[in-house]
Design a protein around this ligand. Sequence first.
Ligand code: GLA
Length: 637
Amino acid sequence: MNSRALAIALLMVSAASRSVAAPAAGPADTLAATGQWTAHARGHAATPPMGWNSWNAFRTEVDEQKVMGAAQALVDTGLAQLGYVYVNIDDGWWLRRRGSDQRVQVRTSIFPSARIPNTDDTSFKPFVERLHAMGLKAGLYTDIGRNACSQAYDLHSPNLPEGTVAEREVGLFGHLDADIRVYFRDWGFDYLKVDACGIADYGADRSHVKTPGYRAFEPLIIRSQPARERVEEVRAMYRELSDALHRHNPDNDYVLSICTWGQADVRAWGPSVGNSWRTSGDIYPRWSRMLHSFDSVATRALYARPGTWNDPDMLFIGAGDFDEKHLTEARSHFTLWAMVNAPLLIGYDLRGAPKSLLDIWGNASLVAVNQDRAGNQAVLAYRSDDVDILVKTLSDGTKGVALFNRGLQAYDIVLTAEHLKLDRGSPVTLRDLWANDSVTKFTGEVKFTVAARETRAFIASGTRVLPGGLYLSEMPGAIHVADDGVRQPEPDPELHRSVSWEDSRGSGDWPVYTGWGGAQADASPYSTELSVGAESFRTGIGILANSRMEVRAQGFKRFTARVGVDNATRTRGTKVRFLVYGDGKLLKQSAPIGFGEAAAPMAVDLAGVGILELVVKTEGDAAAPVAVTWAEAALSR
Ligand code: GLA
């Protein structure tokens, strides 16, 4: 048994020993169908944000010349034209929070344009206006707590906030409304990344809290112990932030990037609070760390959609394992980020970027895949520890495809029509996105030899298995998992676990991001093949009972599925009922169905329905989570 399988097996045992109550009905009943679309709809993120961020290139040693150099390069190289328009300053920009009026001052020794002559006032307005005049947008960084990450982790930085303990409290805590007003109304920023070290890394026992000395903040996020995280409090803080951003941006032209590194169960609430949320700890330029980041989103297609995106962290193309000498790895990193609808934020000193790297960020076909307006994150059509096949349904019905070799030896990867949900007997055309659009045609299946760490990428077109219709797993961008049924958040054991920060002290890099048991496209919540009774299914939605999904019906006339308890369930004695609502009205419900029973067909007419809701409830309390399957769930004309 490999380590991933072992971790899964162990967690199955621990999950099985808990009792899972069906939530009571009432005003806070997340299972109640309302006919509303409740995913985050504020801000400007119809497609994943694209641009540049200072952190991976410069850490806190950011300055105006470097940022403006990047901005100019985006324009000069044509990357801005392709959509890379956000120019984001990360940690390191601040000097102090001024005692007299509590305003955060810019460190003007590194951002001279923020100096206002003859005062100690500072303003980023001229800087932001310059970016705007170049056709770009401007992003800034802060923290939801009192202090930032650099103050805990970059202790030798020349650009740490200065002054008294209070003056060094540059984060939002206690100043949220005023700071947001300054950053957006006064200075005109368009994007805010809000980190969370201030509520994670300032416990009284930490050495930096003692020297140089910070006010202790009892951690709400406990990096190694997700069970002790105070999720509700973290969610409430980001919700308050989200509301302030809404208030101070009447034109709605802003992006909120939540940075809790996959912690505080952000998968469950990020999609209704911000425009993106980090799903993992920081990326660094190592293959194994890139795998870790990628895996943190790979099984989470149902949690992202236009307006709100999974964020596996910024691109690290140009450094370490992804530098000019490792273009295969760099292209893989880019292809994967494009396929999973990650924000595409370049983290390289663009002032001297070689053509070989510019050609990667500038792959217009892959950028188009990432920016496709349907916003369907790629779904795993095949998964193993060595090879993944990802398929992303595009708005014109064609498919983005990636054949990803994770390992160190070449693989013959067979791509089948079934992976693509295309007809086996009809010709399929593949356009190669890394080889000048060269075309391959096949019927049934085709084999590619994919080099170590290589990713082949294509657009596939052919005859769809479901002419005129869509499987729900082909349209995650039109689905919002309002409640995935997870009641006791558990760490997801499925991720590649890199040696964090290359430091093997301690006993291991244990799973820490909760989300295990969440909803999945074409897999059970516990990452097994969908199966009900004696039958297994290639397509469907796997989810836990006591869950509700909102689906945009998009003019489709009919919903069909075969429903039942999935064999991945953690308890066998509890029956479930499947309910289908249209615009808040119950259209159909199943009889109670138990473990081992064959999947029951459901067919519902949708005439005129805008929002379809798919609800599953247990009949009474269950001893442990009940995994259920909406097998072959589809919308048709
Ligand atoms: C955290 C974030 C990074 C970066 C640094 C800045 O580690 O996850 O992306 O913003 O802080 O200190």
